[in-house]
Design a protein around this ligand. Structure first.
Ligand SMILES: [Zn+2]
Length: 337
């Protein structure tokens, strides 16, 4: 009996360790973990619901789930038919993040949908709750780690990435705190950090803080990188390992996107590009949710254009399938010692 117990203790300990260590090749959706090879083509930065009322006034009773579902469903159905299988919903907490709504749409459309943890500081901290000004980076990180371990607001639905947001210029103190908290949470959870950033100055400042915290730039998605018009900055960031998210795609910007993607391809960095529309969404502040922008341009227009530019099927697959699944795989990425 004693022998069996002595044998059992290390086995149990090993089991507990693997529960806290992220598994390789796993992506967390609103319906739980999925193997990263089974996710098909992705949209890596979109929205279903965004409420701009502000952190001091937001609450889930500002929208009716059934109305949001009715509005969003046809657009999600459309991209599913166009070949999209995995949809990253980037609306952060205090801007209308609603995991149960996303789960319901995932169940009805069959799309894998991914939600997030974190706090969005852009637009002058309008969406930052009062506690975040008082708490330390470690305390904020603890909240995000708890969500990734136990789920969001008692739903059991876990985030698949960390979403933060910073303003355009040099990082303010609170935005430095957000990226530091994201670094701490990454080192514990292995969730990739997608930061609403825009131009290069705050992008490189965030990458620097990540490195100081021991996190590799490979854990960083430079969101809205298309706002930086000096494309050499895309190259520099991608060479450091960061993901370049060109995510404001629309019908009238196709040629700009072809140029930016060609530039990365010419520098052998096609393996660091993420593409999306930053489209949608139901806005509770507008009548009937306002104008909803669909998600079809990437599949209907950009991919055919890239084929015309002699992109191979392997390269298209790299952009739509391989890059997103690598970026969002749960994996702790440390700066090499
Ligand atoms: Zn967005």
């Amino acid at each position: 009996m004693r022998k069996i117990l002595l044998f059992a203790i290390p086995v149990l300990l090993a089991y507990c360790q693997c529960k806290t260590t992220p598994e390789k090749g796993i992506i967390m959706t609103v319906n739980g973990p999925v193997s990263s090879e089974k996710l098909g083509s992705w949209l890596t930065h979109e929205h279903i619901l965004v409420d701009f009322i502000g952190a001091d006034s937001i609450s889930n009773d500002r929208w009716k789930k059934s109305e949001v579902i009715e509005k969003a469903f046809p657009y999600l159905q459309q991209v599913k038919e166009l070949g999209c299988q995995t949809f990253v919903e980037c609306t952060p907490d205090f801007l209308g993040r609603d995991p149960l709504l996303l789960k319901s749409l995932s169940d009805s459309t069959g799309l894998n949908i991914i939600t997030n943890t974190g706090l969005y500081g852009a637009r002058n901290n309008k969406f930052i709750p009062a506690y975040a000004f008082e708490e330390t980076a470690e305390q904020l990180a603890k909240r995000w780690i708890t969500e990734s371990e136990t789920g969001i607001d008692g739903t059991g639905i876990k985030p698949g990435f960390i979403k933060i947001g910073v303003d355009n210029g040099n990082l303010s103190e609170i935005h430095k705190k957000l990226i530091t908290a994201a670094a701490i949470a990454h080192l514990k959870t292995g969730l990739v950090i997608a930061s609403h950033t825009g131009p290069a100055i705050p992008a490189f400042e965030q990458i620097e803080i990540l490195k100081q915290e021991g996190v590799s730039p490979e854990a960083f998605i430079w969101v809205h990188a298309q706002s930086e018009k000096d494309f050499s900055k895309h190259i520099k960031a991608a060479q450091s390992g960061a993901w370049i998210s060109l995510d404001g795609l629309s019908d009238n910007k196709l040629q700009d996107y072809v140029k930016m993607i060609n530039n990365l391809k010419d520098n052998n960095l096609l393996n660091k590009v993420l593409l999306s529309h930053d489209a949608g969404w139901y806005d509770p502040g507008k009548e009937n949710g306002g104008n909803y922008r669909g998600y079809a341009t990437l599949f209907e227009k950009l991919i055919p254009l890239l084929r015309n530019e002699n992109y191979s099927e392997k390269e298209i697959n790299q952009l739509l399938v391989i890059n997103p699944s690598q970026a969002f795989t749960i994996k702790i990425r440390k700066v090499p010692q």
